[in-house]
Design a protein around this ligand. Structure first.
Ligand SMILES: Cc1cc2nc3c(=O)[nH]c(=O)nc-3n(C[C@H](O)[C@H](O)[C@H](O)COP(=O)(O)OP(=O)(O)OC[C@H]3O[C@@H](n4cnc5c(N)ncnc54)[C@H](O)[C@@H]3O)c2cc1C
Length: 291
């Protein structure tokens, strides 16, 4: 398949990219790693009139720590982030989730920011952003703004980004000491998009859950926080019986979508099992870091 005709411009700076996006009146798309956009163009699911290539803009392929935030620039590629010791230390949940994202050649080109802007409902990283309370730093003609992950993912392949805005970085709060994490997923093959995945962060004190942040992807049009599950765990003992019951109750109330590959009822069962496993891992890590 070949894409529909389009104009191509290579932007030399963030400001130039934004000016190009703004002048195209909603008809332009940013080209980052091209790992989602180019297949969609080849299938003619996406037919942008202009491509604004941001790959040669210098200085945005960083992964760094700024105070108590892990900050990832828009040209940081999946593989760079996945193998970063800083990410392992500051956001071990993300490092773990990266084991489930795509394959080497895709990870070498694809970017985290491109992944988040694409907002695939079965993608792992939106779930990680929600669980970690990350913020998206967005820049447009009117300046910069920060969008919390909970407001960034709006719907199916849809974000809060305007057509003349660039996602310039992702800011993730550094994991506090004694926070445990767990990530579980089921997919057709390792490296494929999730049927369902669950990301869990837990803090435990005096054998009680004192903070929980849990999210899932693959169950509907976008990744979601499992707020009911989080609330039901507050003050509970972090054990198998608690997690089993809470995960079953939560999965009974969440709406699921069916598709040709995965029936909604199977997704419901997966959510219950994966949430329990992610919580057990998170609790074990929280308790062992307590020692
Ligand atoms: C075989 C295969 C398997 C894959 N498996 C997985 C998987 O298991 N899990 C998973 O999560 N992903 C998977 N992916 C997708 C992969 O993660 C992509 O890299 C990612 O979705 C898009 O990142 P990109 O940098 O390639 O963005 P692009 O494809 O260049 O762009 C994607 C979209 O985001 C927009 N965009 C990109 N960057 C910006 C920016 N900075 N600001 C504003 N808009 C921007 C583009 O205009 C476009 O609309 C897979 C892809 C392939 C080809």
């Amino acid at each position: 398949m070949k894409p529909a005709p389009f104009d191509y411009t290579r932007a030399a700076s963030v400001e130039a990219a934004i000016a190009l996006l703004a002048s195209a009146g909603g008809e332009a798309r940013v080209l980052a790693g091209g790992q989602s956009l180019v297949p969609m163009m080849n299938l003619r699911i996406a037919q942008p009139r202009h491509l604004v290539d941001v790959n040669r803009i210098p200085g945005h392929d960083y992964v760094r720590r700024e105070g108590d935030e892990l900050v990832i620039g828009f040209l940081a590629r999946h593989e760079h982030i996945r193998s970063s010791p800083l990410v392992l230390e500051a956001c071990p949940l993300m490092a773990a989730a990266y084991d489930f994202v795509a394959h080497g050649p895709v990870r070498n080109r694809g970017t985290l920011c491109g992944n988040l802007c694409h907002a695939d409902p079965a993608s792992e990283m939106p779930a990680v952003m929600l669980a970690t309370h990350a913020e998206m730093e967005v820049q447009g003609p009117a300046g910069s703004r920060r969008v919390p992950a909970g407001e960034f993912f709006v719907g199916l392949f849809e974000t809060a980004l305007r057509s003349d805005e660039l996602l310039v970085s992702v800011r993730i709060p550094v994991a506090p000491k004694r926070q445990g994490w767990g990530f579980h997923e089921v997919s057709t093959r390792k490296g494929d998009f999730a049927f369902v995945c669950v990301a869990a962060l837990l803090q435990v004190e005096s054998d009680r859950v004192v903070a929980a942040s849990i999210s899932a992807a693959g169950i509907g049009a976008r990744a979601v926080r499992l707020l009911g599950l989080e609330q039901s765990l507050a003050g509970q003992p972090p054990n198998e019986a608690t997690f089993r019951q809470a995960a079953e109750d939560a999965s009974a109330t969440v709406p699921f979508h069916d598709d040709a590959l995965v029936p909604g009822e199977y997704r419901r069962e997966l959510l219950s099992v994966l949430a329990r496993r992610a919580l057990l891992d998170a609790a074990a890590r929280a308790l062992s870091s307590d020692l």
